[in-house]
Design a protein around this ligand. Structure first.
Ligand SMILES: Nc1nc2c(c(=O)[nH]1)N[C@H]1C(S)=C(S)[C@@H](COP(=O)(O)O)O[C@H]1N2
Ligand SMILES: [Mo]
Length: 426
C-alpha cells in the first residue's frame, strides 16, 4: 500500500494537518503517534511486483464483475442455530467491511420464510383487486411502462438485534446488526398503480402478498400505500436480485422489513386489516404485562459503530476515525453523538452527505486512543427529536420477552490489546 510521507489531510477541520500514521512526525523527529514499526513506511521507490511486470488479462474473462480475490471473506453469513433450516433463514450483511451507505447487491441481507423462489419474469403477474373500480392483472412489461422513480432506502428486519434482548451473546457486528441493508430502488409508486385501478372510497387497508411458497402477506394501511410505498424492479441500477424478490417487490420505506413483500404478486384493497399469521403469531411484541403489541411497523432511530468492532479491532494506540451508520424510519437523522466512556461524556459526530430520509447515514468522529480500556457507543437523534435508548431503558419499558424492535445503543468494549467486545451496561 503506498503511504504518503506528508501528513494526511481530511476535510474534517479537527483532523487537518495531523498525521494519522505518525510518519510525518517521525520524520521530523517529534513524537510518533504509535504506529507499529514496519507497518507503514516513508515513501521509497515503488516496488516492481509480478503484476507490474506483465500484461494482465483483457476484458473477456469477466462479463459480469466480481470482487477481488483478496476480499473473499466479505460475505453474508448466517447463524445455523437461529432457525430450523436454511429455507426459513436469515443471512447477515457484513457491515464491518462496508464503506458507505449503499449495500452492494451481493451483500444485501436475506430473509426467507420459505426459501428463495426462482420466478420466471415472463409468467409473473401482479394482481390488484378488492375495493377498486377496475381490477387489473399486470405483466412486468406493463409495470415497467409506468412513470418510474428511484429512491434510496434501508430495509431492516425488526428481528435485527433480537438475539440480545436478555444479554450480549454474539460477539459480532455482522450478527447483531447485519439485518439491515440500504439500496437505491427503482420502480413505480404504489400510489400510481392504485390511481390506475381506482380506489373505492370504503377502502382503508391493503393486503400485499408474495409469490413464494409461504405466500407471505401483510396488511398495510391505505395512507402508507398512498404516501411513499414503491413497487420496485431494480436495485442499485440493475434488476432486483432473486434474493431481494426478483422480478418485483414492495418497498415500504422506514417500516419493518417484513412488510416489504418480495416476489410481489397481489394487492387486495379492503376496509379492515387481514390479521395474517405474520401480524398475529409473528411480528408482535410480548410486553411485560403479558399483552402483545401488534402492527408495530415503524423502525425507530438506531445507530451502530462499524469501526472499531469485534471483527475490526484496533492495531495499537494512536489516532483513529470512529465510523458508523445511523438510520430512522421517522425521516432523517438529525445528530449522532459518540461516547468513548460508556455514555458518561458525548461528542457530536460528523454526518456525511447525503443525509436522506429513511436511508442509512454515515457518521465519523476522530479519536485518539491512549491504549486504555474504553467503552464505545453511538446514540442517534432523529428529526422528530426521538433519542435512541439504552438497552436498560428499553427493557424498563418493554421487558425482555420481545424478539423484535431492539433499537438500543450498542456498547463496544475496547481492551488494552485493541480487541473489541460486545457488552451491555446495566
Ligand atoms: N414474499 C416474501 N416477502 C418477504 C419475506 C418472505 O419471506 N417472503 N421476508 C420478509 C422479511 S421478514 C424481511 S425482513 C424482508 C427482507 O428483505 P431482504 O431479504 O431483501 O433483505 O423481506 C420481507 N419480504
Ligand atoms: Mo424480517
Amino acid at each position: 500500500m503506498p503511504v504518503r510521507s506528508k501528513p494526511a489531510e481530511t476535510s474534517d477541520p479537527r483532523l487537518a494537518r495531523r498525521s494519522f500514521l505518525g510518519i510525518g512526525a517521525a520524520l521530523t523527529g517529534s513524537l510518533a503517534l504509535g504506529v507499529r514499526p514496519g507497518h507503514a513506511q516513508p515513501a521509497s521507490p515503488p516496488a516492481e511486483p509480478p503484476w507490474s511486470q506483465s500484461i494482465g488479462p483483457g476484458v473477456v474473462d469477466r462479463p459480469y464483475g466480481r470482487p477481488a480475490d483478496a476480499e473473499a471473506d466479505v460475505i453474508r453469513r448466517n447463524v445455523p442455530w437461529l432457525t430450523a433450516g436454511t429455507e426459513s433463514s436469515i443471512s447477515f450483511s457484513p457491515l464491518q467491511s462496508l464503506h458507505g451507505i449503499i449495500t452492494p447487491n451481493g451483500l444485501f441481507f436475506e430473509r426467507y420464510h420459505s426459501g428463495r423462489p426462482d420466478v420466471d419474469p415472463d409468467q409473473h403477474r401482479l394482481m390488484i383487486h378488492g375495493l377498486v373500480e377496475r381490477p387489473l392483472i399486470l405483466t412486468m412489461k406493463d409495470i415497467v411502462r409506468f412513470p418510474s422513480v428511484s429512491r434510496i432506502h434501508f430495509i431492516e428486519c425488526p428481528a435485527n438485534g433480537g438475539m440480545e434482548w436478555r444479554a450480549a451473546q454474539l460477539n459480532s457486528l455482522q450478527f447483531n446488526h447485519g439485518m439491515i441493508s440500504c439500496a437505491e430502488w427503482t420502480g413505480v409508486r404504489l400510489s400510481t398503480l392504485l390511481e390506475e385501478v381506482g380506489v373505492k372510497k370504503e377502502a382503508a387497508w391493503a393486503m400485499v402478498e408474495g409469490a413464494d411458497g409461504a405466500h407471505m402477506n401483510r396488511s398495510l394501511p391505505l395512507h402508507k400505500c398512498l404516501d411513499d410505498c414503491l413497487v420496485v424492479y431494480a436495485q442499485n441500477g440493475e434488476a432486483l436480485r432473486p434474493e431481494q424478490g426478483y422480478p418485483l417487490r414492495l418497498v415500504v420505506p422506514g417500516w419493518e422489513g417484513n412488510v416489504s413483500i418480495k416476489w410481489l404478486r397481489r394487492i387486495k384493497l379492503g376496509d379492515r386489516p387481514w390479521y395474517s399469521r405474520e401480524e398475529t403469531s409473528k411480528y408482535t411484541d410480548l410486553m411485560p404485562d403479558g399483552t402483545s403489541r401488534g402492527f408495530t411497523w415503524l423502525i425507530d432511530a438506531k445507530s451502530v459503530i462499524t469501526f472499531p468492532c469485534p471483527e475490526k479491532p484496533l492495531s495499537g494506540p494512536g489516532l483513529y476515525e470512529i465510523r458508523g451508520l445511523a438510520w430512522t424510519g421517522n425521516g432523517k437523522v438529525k445528530r449522532v453523538d459518540v461516547s468513548t466512556d460508556g455514555g458518561v461524556n458525548w461528542q457530536t459526530a460528523r454526518l456525511h452527505e447525503p443525509v436522506l430520509s429513511k436511508a442509512l447515514t454515515k457518521f465519523t468522529l476522530p479519536w485518539r486512543w491512549d491504549g486504555r480500556p474504553a467503552l464505545l457507543e453511538s446514540r442517534v437523534i432523529d428529526e422528530t427529536g426521538y433519542v435512541q435508548p439504552t438497552i436498560a431503558q428499553l427493557r424498563k419499558q418493554r421487558g425482555s420477552n420481545s424478539v423484535y424492535h431492539n433499537n438500543s445503543i450498542q456498547t463496544w468494549q475496547v481492551k488494552p490489546d485493541g480487541s473489541v467486545f460486545d457488552v451491555q451496561l446495566a
